[in-house]
Design a protein around this ligand. Structure first.
Ligand code: TXA
Ligand code: MG
Length: 312
């Protein structure tokens, strides 16, 4: 392990860049989990067509407990499998400062303490949680060596941290511990039998739903207010407006601009906080400007369409 490269990776991350790093399961594409713009870059680099929530990596159980509320079952799983290829979904702590874009606006958070020595050292050196999906373009195979990452993403990211290959080659198992009966959300390296030996009260009936349709997560954040897309001027009293670019149509009581400069990465980084801020009973609805359907704009529009479709 080369401490100079780890220091370099840490510096780049703290400056808001995305960096690939090895974990024991697959290579991750990391960004500081509290930095909305850096998280937006992950989606842009991966060309993910939607904002499914990301796994947040921390170096220890105590760091995990600063971000999430671990149930008794979650604590048992953590004691048995951390550090290692297990991800636990918990409710967020009230003061959790993770970027809303990293958790797709949910009140829950997926947490994992990786075992790979380079990942551990990087997390320790950075001193902040790292959100990291697998380091491949959306739809392609997850990479297990730095060469794989170089081939598929080399020209798009600041730095690839070398390290022993990801030995497991399969993503972590994901268990939702927010309900009384913990549920398997994604099968992974830790088997159902291994999980049942630690928490017998466990349901694996829901498996696969999150990998097959990551955007269709049961707990997707849905605003309460009606959402009106491709809006121009206000059409009723007390409407709030989410703008993009310099043109603000008339008649809105409150406007949040996702990006005055028309920058889609900036817009993605502010999307969930804008929805949360405007989803208040004093407004009659949220109107949204047309967002260009290109690059990360696809994911923004996917999210907005879902928000509009879950109404009524
Ligand atoms: O092995 C792994 O888990 C790799 C390495 C890099 O650690 N990471 C990985 O991360 O696969 P990612 O971000 O691709 O996994 C995201 C999946 C989502 O598709 C979703 O299924 C689940 O994690 N997830 C994340 N946050 C969630 C939440 N709050 N509730 C439910 N599921 C969540
Ligand atoms: Mg993946």
């Amino acid at each position: 392990m080369n401490q100079d490269s780890i220091n370099k990776a840490a510096k780049l991350l703290l400056e808001g860049n995305v960096v690939a790093f090895p974990t024991e399961t697959v290579y991750g594409l990391g960004a500081i989990a509290t930095n909305d713009t850096a998280i937006a870059k992950i989606y842009e680099v991966k060309q993910r067509p939607n904002f499914n929530p990301l796994i947040v990596h921390i170096e220890s159980l105590s760091k995990a407990q600063q971000l999430g509320v671990l149930s008794n079952d979650a604590l048992k799983l953590a004691a048995a499998f951390w550090p290692g290829p297990l991800t636990i979904v918990t409710n967020k702590q009230k003061n959790c400062d993770i970027a809303l874009l990293a958790t797709a606006g949910l009140s829950t958070i997926a947490l994992r303490v990786p075992a790979h020595p380079v990942a551990q050292n990087l997390l320790h050196t950075v001193g902040k949680p790292l959100a990291a999906p697998s380091a491949n373009p959306s739809g392609l195979l997850s990479p297990t060596t730095s060469d794989h990452v170089k081939t598929c993403l080399g020209d798009k990211i600041s730095f690839i941290l070398e390290g022993a290959p990801a030995e497991i080659g399969i993503e972590s198992s994901i268990i939702d511990c927010t309900e009384d009966t913990p549920q398997l959300l994604r099968p992974g390296f830790i088997t159902i039998d291994q999980i049942k030996s630690i928490i017998p009260n466990f349901s694996d009936t829901n498996q696969n739903h999150s990998i097959k349709a990551p955007g269709a997560l049961k707990h997707h954040y849905a605003p309460q207010l009606p959402i009106r897309l491709n809006a121009q001027a206000a059409i009723k009293a007390n409407e709030a407006f989410i703008a993009f670019g310099p043109n603000i149509p008339k008649g809105y009581v409150k406007v949040i601009n996702l990006s005055l400069a028309g920058d889609l990465i900036e817009a993605a980084s502010k999307l969930f906080s804008a929805l949360h801020q405007l989803d208040q009973p004093q407004y009659s609805g949220i109107a949204v400007a047309t967002i260009p359907n290109e690059g990360i704009g696809f994911a923004i529009n996917d999210r907005l369409k879902r928000a509009a479709a879950t109404q009524n």
